[in-house]
Design a protein around this ligand. Structure first.
Ligand code: ZN
Length: 491
């Protein structure tokens, strides 16, 4: 009862505070984000001539130059070095000669490629070493064992595979086996581990041959070597065991590059303008792929021309404000999301603006489909950004958007788009997402099916949120428990 009252007064206060600071129609709110503008941008981004905006591709390059020229036209400022940041993209062609063999004395267990294990696109060659288990501990607890070791670590949703790679390399490993826990099994295919061609953000200094193994296959192999399955989890969780592993990685590596595009609206407050509110969306799509009903171009209208259009519309609206917000707004279009959050990972690895000055990230990925007047905002319980967006939705009844939380907690969507790259670096983040649908990741995700009115209203809500964050006295704060769970141990 009292909690509800408290919440009621909080909402009332927020509504009054927002109301007196900036009534709708005041010069500060006189911006232009319309369904028609969203429509024009989404039709262009999702047109067949951009061929699904694959990373890397000509269509993606055209998309990036379009966004850059729109930022320039709006007179946003570039980051030092320009609007576009390029990152190295390692493209690995998977050969047929992969093998993974575990051995203990005379006993031997060979795992089968693409059913028991999947090759990782890190380094080619054959390595051998004693098996060492990192178990479920975080990567920074891998320590050098002083002899050639193949490390075994559990894949966790909050640790990127390449973090394990860097940690294993630093611990003197010769190879790395990542174990996919049973519950992640269904996601392996959609993460693209079974693809012929695999992509990695090419910033890992030292690389090792690596394999991703399903938990079932790993347990079965260890049993064949005479180890007894443990009651919990099935695997020895820690330390060295009396067995060896040999990984043969059959891989041809090509190094290319891909773009991210960033535009900045400097804040008006001399001190606070050093802090940024980062608005992001991925501009890439799945490109050209398997034909479905005579169509092979995966236009990605909802995923994520809709979010990219919102970034462009907000950037234009922000640049036209009579009175700029106190803090700076940073508008970011990343690539490589569909290849495993590569562009946002590159952004946090070599940040063009200081990460510690980014006080919030609002990421938009798919806002043009499903329910007309509801939008799921994921990450609400993780920081004070959650109550901010709730209050804003209430304070702007003209938008007619109801904000709901994560409707699909079992899918782990918060960990599957770019906000995760920022959140794990300690930046409080929210994720605007309308959920998947029958055209998701199919050639039929086309512009004609988008609800432009909906997409425009969500873009307006995100814009209001960005201004509220940028104008607030205090930056958003994490919920301590959520922070402990999501932010990477090493920062
Ligand atoms: Zn997406």
């Amino acid at each position: 009862m009292s909690a509800r009252r408290g919440r009621f007064f909080a909402l009332l206060t927020a509504a009054l505070w927002l109301g007196c600071r900036a009534a709708p129609g005041s010069p500060e709110r006189n911006y232009d984000i319309t369904p028609g503008d969203m429509r024009a941008r989404i039709f262009f981004l999702a047109s067949d001539r951009l061929r699904g905006r694959d990373t890397p591709s000509q269509g993606l390059e055209i998309t990036a130059s379009y966004i850059q020229s729109e930022f320039r036209r709006s007179r946003l400022e570039p980051a030092p070095g320009g609007y576009t940041q390029r990152y190295r993209l390692v493209v690995g062609q998977m050969g047929a000669g992969w093998s993974l063999i575990l051995q203990r004395g005379a006993r031997r267990a060979a795992l089968r490629h693409r059913s028991d294990f999947w090759g990782l696109p890190w380094a080619a060659g054959t390595v051998e070493g004693r098996l060492r288990f990192a178990g479920t501990a975080p990567p920074d607890q891998m320590v050098d064992s002083g002899e050639p070791a193949v490390w075994v670590a559990y894949l966790r949703p909050d640790v990127m595979p390449r973090q394990w790679l860097s940690a294993a390399a630093a611990a003197g490993a010769v190879g790395l086996i990542l174990v996919a826990p049973a519950e992640l099994g269904p996601h392996l295919r959609e993460w693209g581990w079974d693809a012929e061609v695999v992509y990695e953000m090419g910033d890992v200094e030292t690389s090792l041959p690596g394999a991703l193994v399903s938990e079932d296959a790993m347990v079965a192999a260890l049993e064949r070597l005479g180890f007894e399955a443990q009651p919990a989890g099935g695997l020895p969780l820690h330390g060295e065991i009396d067995a060896r592993a040999q990984i043969s990685a059959d891989l041809q590596v090509e190094v290319l590059s891909a773009p991210n595009v960033l535009g900045i609206l400097p804040g008006r407050d001399e001190e606070l303008r050093e802090e940024y509110v980062l608005l992001s969306a991925h501009m890439d799509g799945l490109g050209v792929g398997m034909q479905v009903d005579g169509d092979s171009i995966y236009n990605g209208a909802d995923d994520n021309a809709s979010g990219t259009a919102a970034i462009l519309e907000m950037a234009e609206a922000a640049a036209a404000l009579d009175r700029r917000p106190r803090r700076s707004l940073a508008f970011l279009a990343v690539s490589g999301e569909e290849k495993g959050l590569l562009g946002s990972t590159a952004f946090v690895t070599r940040p063009p603006i200081p990460l510690e000055r980014i006080i919030a990230n609002i990421n938009i990925d798919m806002i043009g489909r499903n329910s007309e007047d509801t939008i799921a905002v994921l990450g609400r319980p993780y920081s004070t950004l959650g109550s901010m967006v709730d209050s804003l939705a209430v304070a702007h009844p003209e938008l007619g958007m109801t904000v709901v939380g994560d409707l699909w907690p079992a899918d782990g969507f918060f960990f599957r788009s770019d906000q995760f790259s920022f959140a794990r670096k300690g930046i409080p983040a929210l994720f605007f997402f309308n959920g998947v649908h029958e055209d998701y990741h199919r050639p039929s995700d086309e512009a004609g099916k988008i609800k432009f009115r909906k997409a425009a209203r969500i873009a307006r809500l995100v814009f209001e949120l960005a201004l509220a964050i940028a104008n607030a006295d205090d930056p958003p704060a994490w919920d301590p428990q959520a922070r402990a769970r999501i932010v990477a141990g090493d920062g």
